[in-house]
Design a protein around this ligand. Sequence first.
Ligand code: ASP
Ligand code: MG
Length: 414
Amino acid sequence: MKVIVQKFGGTSLSTGPQRERAIDWVEKAQEDGYRPVVVVSAMGRHGDAYATDTLLSLVGDSAPSPEDRDLLMSCGEIVSAVVLAARIRSRGHPARALSGGDAGIMTDACFGGARIQSIDPEPLERLLANGIIPVVAGFQGMTEGRQVTTLGRGGSDTTAVALGAALHADVVDIFTDVDGVKTADPAVVPDARTLATLDYDEVFQMANSGARVIHPRAVEIARHFALPLRIRSAAAATEGTLVAMGAVGLDHWAHRDPERALTGITSLARLVQFRLRPLEGAGTDWMYRVFQDLGAAGVSVDLINIFPDLAYFCVLPDQETAVRRVLDALALEYECSDDRAKVSCVGTAIHGLPGVMGRFMQALSDAQVNVLQTADSLSTISFLVRRADVERAVKALHRQFHLAGESESGDAQT
Ligand code: ASP
Ligand code: MG
């Protein structure tokens, strides 16, 4: 049995015609010999009646318990699943809507950011064996104690990929409102190109550093199970971006030209930077105390640079207060700037290639962007810059590495 998981994002399900278009894709999969499993996000975005943010606004100033908050948020996807399953039935195909728990998705009890612990494939396998199309509410699961949980914002992608793994699907299609993963945000760089193929590492790095096309956790799971992913447009008949083992040819790493070694550029537009120094006579363990106390306060730090009498790091804006509380209690001086942003350059081919850093610095200095901090890993170099400089930095880097061009995306498909 060939199984495909087809996940539709909220902006691809907002209107009646969009929902019919989604069902065209389901029928197309059936014509191609697949048994489809459909996963849906809540319909629309903030302001639309059943979008996640709209539901959250219903309890606005009051303080629901984390359990109640998850129960409320889970409704958006459930409404979406019921509506789509009803339309699929009207078009002559047996279909059934399921909550995450109904679909066998069991999670831990971290409400608001639960992790999937196991999936019982039996409920979906039974429906598929009977020729019924399951339409599963994304972004949610159930604890052992049968409480509803949500998987963190953007978590419907994770539902789709985890179900794909549990059902040994051939491929997971993530249908969205752009036609794939791009070399940069097209709102900043209008001639950004759609990447036909990417390796798991690259798409993970891009998702983690600001590209909004897919949830990083979904990529992690797909990579673990070597599950092929396609990120594609629900509206257009293009192939999108394929992420799979071996999808990227060997020539991808064979680029020894530092001007062409980059795959894509992403940015995170809001970061808060802290710079700390110990007080005179603070001893040698000051740094250890800082990071231990930040950890105990549940703060996740990024872009960490440590020198003997100086340390830098960054956090997301919602953690600034928690960091200040920790630092105020320690024997140190600190400064904080909340106008920072991070630009990340991703490409597995940049590793070990002399000349790449020179190109980055040339592009940034020509664009008069000051680099305030850097961090690098095998496939990524990130630059901390002032928020006002982000767009200039991304444009300059995109140009420097010749990333623009005609879309590489494949031929029309339907
Ligand atoms: N509806 C949820 C959110 O807005 C989950 C998702 O769309 O993936 O975060
Ligand atoms: Mg999403």
